[in-house]
Ligand binder design. Sequence first.
Ligand SMILES: [Zn+2]
Length: 67
Amino acid sequence: MYQEKNTPVLGYCRNCGQKIMGYRNADGLLKVECPFCHTRYVSQQKSRRHIVEDIYAPTGEEVISYN
Ligand SMILES: [Zn+2]
């Protein structure tokens, strides 16, 4: 079901809105850190219709918004 090699994923930082890019690996796991505000994203694709996403604010800060 999953591709063999890493898949580039393009998106926008939920915290600062800058465009960021990461790579989803063969297991469906995507880890990316925003280079602007250093918010970290961990996204696990469980199936073709289900993605679990964790957002970590930088140490000592809070995530500004969720949308
Ligand atoms: Zn950001």
